[in-house]
Design a protein around this ligand. Structure first.
Ligand code: ADP
Length: 193
């Protein structure tokens, strides 16, 4: 069976995690942030090492280990009953992050909607990431050069995912608004999918 899925899409720091966490608390939605899955790995494990190596440069972890880890996480979440594929809609945040990953997940995901969180002020994104670095002790957000690289990676590798899924599934959301209004806009669409 393919998992009913909605994607939270947008630049680093745009608020995908904030919204994803809220949505994940609503019955019948299961939130999965790929970055959180990586961060939950032991630093001295092979995948933990690989994550540190790439994320500290602002680059994407290679596709094969990423998709494998994600599949393992979903299988484990299903086994423990946290994710119930028959009843739940998967809210994905941070994956698929390039066209190849989207292609790799083609048989696994039934994508019902792509929510594109758009923020017009890049300077604000950068500031938010730097604030988060202090609060959450995140290496990848601590350095301005790494942040710039992350934004570049997003533009070059991740943005094409929007074209991959096409206009019909696309729902642009104004992420310059406060979090409650962003949530309101997401829910307005979500109740229909
Ligand atoms: P943000 O939401 O701020 O963009 P994430 O927490 O989603 O950051 O990701 C942090 C880092 O984890 C990324 O910069 C990348 O190195 C790695 N990562 C997360 N998801 C993926 C993915 N789907 N494919 C490859 N790398 C990923």
């Amino acid at each position: 069976m393919r998992y009913k899925t909605v994607l939270l899409f947008g630049a680093p720091g745009v608020g995908k995690g904030t919204q994803g966490k809220i949505l994940g608390n609503i019955p019948n939605f299961f939130h999965c942030a790929c970055g959180d899955v990586f961060r939950s790995m032991k630093h001295d494990s092979p995948i933990g090492q690989e994550f540190l190596e790439y994320s500290s440069r602002g680059e994407l972890v290679p596709d094969e280990p990423t998709i494998q880890l994600w599949r393992e996480f979903i299988t484990a979440s299903t086994r423990t009953g946290r994710f119930r594929p028959e009843a739940d809609t998967l809210v994905l945040d941070g994956i698929p992050r390039n066209e190849h990953q989207a292609e790799m997940l083609k048989e696994t995901l039934e994508v019902l909607a792509v929510f594109y969180l758009k923020c017009t002020h890049v300077a604000e994104l950068t500031e938010r990431l730097q604030r988060r670095a202090l609060k959450e002790n995140r290496l990848d957000d601590a350095n301005i050069d790494v942040i710039r690289q992350r934004l570049k990676t997003y533009e070059k590798e991740s943005k094409p995912v929007l074209d991959y899924y096409g206009k019909k599934l696309l729902h642009p959301i104004n992420a310059d608004q406060n979090p409650a209004k962003v949530l309101f806009d997401l829910l307005r669409h979500l109740v229909k999918v």
